[in-house]
Design a protein around this ligand. Structure first.
Ligand SMILES: Nc1ncnc2c1ncn2[C@@H]1O[C@H](COP(=O)(O)OP(=O)(O)OP(=O)(O)O)[C@@H](O)[C@H]1O
Length: 220
């Protein structure tokens, strides 16, 4: 029995993953194992396939090969955080618990007390303690991305996928968000795959740096 088959204590194992887009091969024979607590940064020029890889691992687009994520759906963070602007910070965070609570209860705001407590804990962890009742459209860009991270944490997924999560932020906020993601990876034992455009940030925050070159994943 290898480490993976003992249970969902590994972020993900990808074997021989290939993806075509618009009839053209974008990724070919990609292998990748991510372990809990590590932050892997995905780099590569525009159009090299970073978003494609993240979307394929999240099963948002078809691929061939195998993707094992410990039986749990990965959580996802995007460049555009897609919050409901009129809802509170807490309500947006609770959306991450939809898979456990069900649509009807959540639609009427009947969230279990333990889920509310968890949301507040995650909001405190991302530095938004005290802002639970504020409307999401009254937050700064950095604060909104923190809500998106808290919402992702609510999913309790062993793997978090973050596609250009700091692309819209100023350097100070970008750095703060990456510090937060790295701390969360360590503390919560989550494996994080994050695509970044800025090599300086990648160098500072990555445990591993992965680059897509001609459809292959290269690790120097
Ligand atoms: N829906 C689509 N239909 C056809 N081709 C697509 C589609 N989506 C992406 N592609 C192509 O797949 C390739 C990889 O795109 P992808 O968005 O993954 O790149 P990326 O590395 O994330 O780029 P960027 O850094 O600019 O976000 C590109 O050549 C792109 O044109």
């Amino acid at each position: 029995m290898d480490a993976w088959s003992k249970g969902p204590d590994m972020g993900c194992r990808i074997e021989n993953l290939s993806v075509a887009r618009g009839g053209r091969a974008v990724l070919a024979h990609v292998d990748l194992v991510l372990v809990p607590g590590e932050v892997a940064v995905l780099e590569g020029p525009s159009g090299s396939g970073k978003t494609t890889l993240i979307r394929a691992i999240a099963r948002l687009i078809p691929s061939t090969g195998s993707i094992a994520t410990g039986g749990a759906k990965p959580s996802l963070i995007f460049q555009h955080h897609a919050l409901a602007g009129r809802l509170s910070v807490e309500a947006n965070t609770l959306v991450g618990a939809l898979g456990r609570v069900g649509f009807l209860r959540s639609a009427f705001g009947f969230w279990p007390a333990e889920e509310r407590a968890l949301a507040r804990r995650h909001l405190a962890a991302v530095g938004l303690g005290g802002l639970e009742e504020r409307r999401a459209d009254q937050l700064s860009g950095g604060q909104r991305q923190r809500v998106a991270i808290a919402r992702a944490l609510m999913q309790r997924a062993p793997l978090m996928l973050a596609d250009e999560p700091v692309a819209n932020l100023d350097p100070e906020n970008a750095e703060a968000i990456l510090v937060l993601l790295r701390d969360l990876a360590r503390r919560e034992g989550i494996a994080i795959l994050v695509s970044l455009h800025q090599p300086g940030l990648a160098e500072r925050f990555a445990d591993r740096r992965l680059t897509i070159v001609d459809g292959r994943l290269v690790e120097p």
